[in-house]
Design a protein around this ligand. Structure first.
Ligand code: ADP
Length: 692
């Protein structure tokens, strides 16, 4: 849930940043555009004002030139000459007229050589009232006056917007007439407005409603138009000069500022994209790191090995849950602790401090580790195996020590347990062997003792019938009596020894077959490891218990397993190949026996894949003291058979399928058979007879 929130927050921050950057860039571009537009507008305003002043100056100059025509009272012909000359120099002037003092009569006139005579088509009369009004105004003002402009259609169908100027003339201080000059407004713009000003712009005279009267200059059209208007005040007439300038659509970078802002924007966007990529990479790395950390944490938490990191001063910087569990202190308690550590037994603090100083100062630590004793929070001591390694940081410097700790108490307990059970089994084995020997001796001595006794009694009886008064006679009879008594006594002693062995019958108890197996497995495994043998066990489910002398039956199982393993080819511990290990297999199997005999029986079998039993060996297998081993006693199997038969079962062997031998023995399941406890006393088929 939190990562969702984090992701949402990161995205919203990114959106905000991109939004802000975009707004900033748009604003900057817009401001740059606006600034540029203002610059252009200011320029066109300036140009318009300049154009107006150009026109005004031109008009003033022309007035002077026109006045110069009449200087020195010219004749009509010379006036015409001068006027024609003037018209040649000033294309904006279309016609010059010399009118009389009322203005009604045209005394002389000259048309511009560059055009058709302007009034040729429509005649002069139409515009005359306006001209006369201007003239009277000019006379009043004693200066030039302009009539309102008007349109004159031309023969070639092109019309002209013209404006007339009336200039009062005076001869010797008296009003003598008027000079009327006709201006073409279009030519006025073309001629009088400075070429620099008009370049690339359109200049026109317009009416107040925007109607264009005359236009000069043409520009390429564009999407944006800049317009400036200026009034041209003339005596008697006012013209509106308009200047238009277009900016073409393809000019994306119209000026340096816009280009710079756009370039900066592109750079900024690129940086934002790169930053975004970088952050995405970092986020991915962060996620990978988080996964790796979670994996490491899960691994550390699942470990049963305690982990502890210490800095170079010996203070704890890290502990894993297994270590906390081991010593019973919480991680914060351990991290806050100083030296001596809280898990050091107080009586060993001095020793540990010295040991730590030596160990931390030396760079080489034994990889196989060392044993120590730690104290739990409740004060109990326990043995630990510590393996230490230097802790190296990302730049290769040593920052402390990392230790792996194993709680050895369980291992110690198992070792102790298996040692005591081994001692117990060995003692029992010795006792059983002594018992077996006693049994054998009793069997072997029984006959000679019985014979001695019989012979002594027989001799005594013979002597009793014979009459002999020799003093030796009585002594011989007494001696024979004593011999018979001593033989009987020897028989009783042997019987008492036998009874001692038989007393183990009372040690019987109900045991689960699996428990018998589990009791010997550690010892079997120990020997199997030594001999390079794989041990397998198979116990059928839901087996009933058996009433037996537990220790003796365990001894039987152990003997059979040991014999089986010793019958396999031996591999030296130095280099058993895995294949060889796999070849040597011992299987201990417990199941219900399928026997014709009454009652329920458990069958224990020990399979080995050893060398098998040769026929001549098989014959003597159970014979006491028969052995093929250098250090063997030859009592193992005979003892096993005695024990099993004492329990009412039987022990047999057979070649195992696939090579080797299988030894099987049976034990009664559930309650013991009634005869079982007395088997040793009177076994009908037992090879060992009773002593008496
Ligand atoms: P010991 O083990 O002291 O020799 P045992 O009575 O246990 O005495 O065994 C007698 C002999 O029987 C052994 O020396 C061995 O030759 C043979 N023997 C016993 N068990 C096996 C077996 N599983 N495979 C082959 N031979 C065996």
């Amino acid at each position: 849930m939190s990562w969702l929130l984090r992701g949402w927050r990161r995205w919203s921050l990114w959106t905000l940043l991109v939004g802000l950057v975009a707004t900033l860039l748009v604003t900057l571009v817009w401001l740059a555009g606006r600034y540029e537009a203002e610059q252009l507008q200011a320029k066109i305003e300036r140009d318009a004002a300049e154009a107006v002043s150009d026109v005004r100056l031109g008009f003033t100059r022309n007035v002077q030139s026109l006045q110069a025509l009449h200087a020195g009272d010219p004749s009509f012909s010379s006036w015409r000459e001068q006027a024609a000359l003037l018209l040649q120099q000033h294309r904006e002037l279309l016609r010059l007229e010399w009118r009389n003092s009322t203005g009604n009569t045209n005394l002389a006139f000259v048309d511009s050589p560059f055009r058709q005579p302007v009034f040729e088509r429509l005649g002069r009369a139409n515009a005359l009232p306006d001209v006369l009004r201007a003239c009277s105004a000019a006379l009043r003002a004693s200066g030039p006056a302009y009539a309102p402009s008007y349109y004159v259609a031309q023969i070639d169908s092109l019309g002209l917007e013209v404006m007339e100027l009336c200039l009062p003339l005076a001869t010797s201080g008296r009003h003598s007439g008027y000079l009327v000059a006709t201006y073409s407004l279009a030519d006025t713009l073309a001629e009088l407005v400075g070429k620099q000003v008009a370049r690339g712009q359109e200049v026109s005279f317009t009416e107040a409603d925007g109607t264009r009267l005359a236009i000069a200059g043409s520009v390429k059209r564009g999407s944006r138009i800049f317009t400036a208007q200026q009034l041209l005040d003339l005596p008697g007439n006012t013209l509106l000069l308009r200047m238009d300038s277009w900016r073409g659509p393809p000019e994306i970078f119209p000026n340096f500022l816009s280009a710079l802002v756009t370039l900066l924007s592109i750079a900024l966007i690129t940086v934002v994209i790169l930053l975004g990529k970088d952050i995405r990479r970092r986020t991915r790395a962060e996620r990978d790191l988080g996964d790796a950390l979670a994996f490491r944490k899960a691994m550390e938490d699942s470990l049963v090995t305690g982990l502890r990191a210490r800095d170079l001063q010996g203070r704890i910087s890290y502990v894993n849950p297994a270590f906390c569990q081991m010593v019973g202190f919480s991680a914060p308690e351990l991290l806050a602790s100083s030296i001596p550590a809280p898990y050091w037994p107080p009586e060993l603090i001095d020793e540990y401090q010295q040991r730590q100083a030596i160990r931390l100062s030396a760079n080489l630590l034994p990889r196989e580790g060392f044993e120590s004793v730690f104290m739990r929070k409740d004060g109990t001591r326990f043995p630990v195996l510590i393996i230490e390694a230097p802790l190296i940081n990302a730049v290769g410097e040593q920052t402390g020590w990392m230790s792996a700790l194993l709680d050895m108490s369980e291992q110690r307990r198992i070792e102790e347990l298996s040692r005591t059970s081994q001692d117990r089994l060995q003692a029992t084995a010795r006792l059983a062997t002594v018992g077996e020997m006693a049994s054998l001796l009793s069997h072997e001595l029984n006959q000679p003792l019985a014979a001695i006794s019989s012979y002594a009694i027989g001799s005594n009886n013979l002597l009793q019938d014979a009459t002999n008064s020799s003093p030796v006679y009585a002594d011989v009879r007494t001696a024979l009596q004593r011999i018979a008594e001593q033989a009987e006594r020897a028989g009783k002693i042997i019987k008492s020894v036998h009874n001692f062995v038989r007393r183990r019958d009372q040690a019987r108890e109900a045991v689960q077959p699996e428990a018998l197996l589990q009791a010997i497995l550690p010892l079997v495994a120990l020997q199997a490891r030594k001999l390079g043998v794989q041990v397998q066990t198979q116990v059928a489910p839901d087996l009933p218990s058996t009433v037996c002398d537990r220790t003796m039956v365990e001894q039987v199982l152990l003997n059979l397993a040991r014999n089986g393993m010793q019958a396999m080819p031996q591999h030296s511990l130095a280099g058993p190949t895995p294949a060889a290990w796999r070849q040597n297999r011992l299987l201990i199997h417990i199941q219900m026996a399928k026997l014709a005999a009454p009652g329920q029986w458990l069958e224990f079998s020990v399979h080995d894949n050893g060398q098998g039993i040769a026929p001549d060996v098989a014959e003597q297998l159970f014979t006491p003291f028969f052995t093929t081993k250098a250090e063997g006693m030859g009592l193992g199997l005979s003892l096993c058979r005695t024990v099993i038969e004492q329990h009412g079962g039987s022990l047999s062997h057979a070649p195992a399928p696939g090579g080797g031998t299988v030894f099987r023995f049976t034990l009664p399941a559930g309650t013991p058979p009634v005869a079982a406890p007395h088997l040793i006393a009177s076994p009908p088929e037992s090879p060992h007879g009773t002593l008496t």
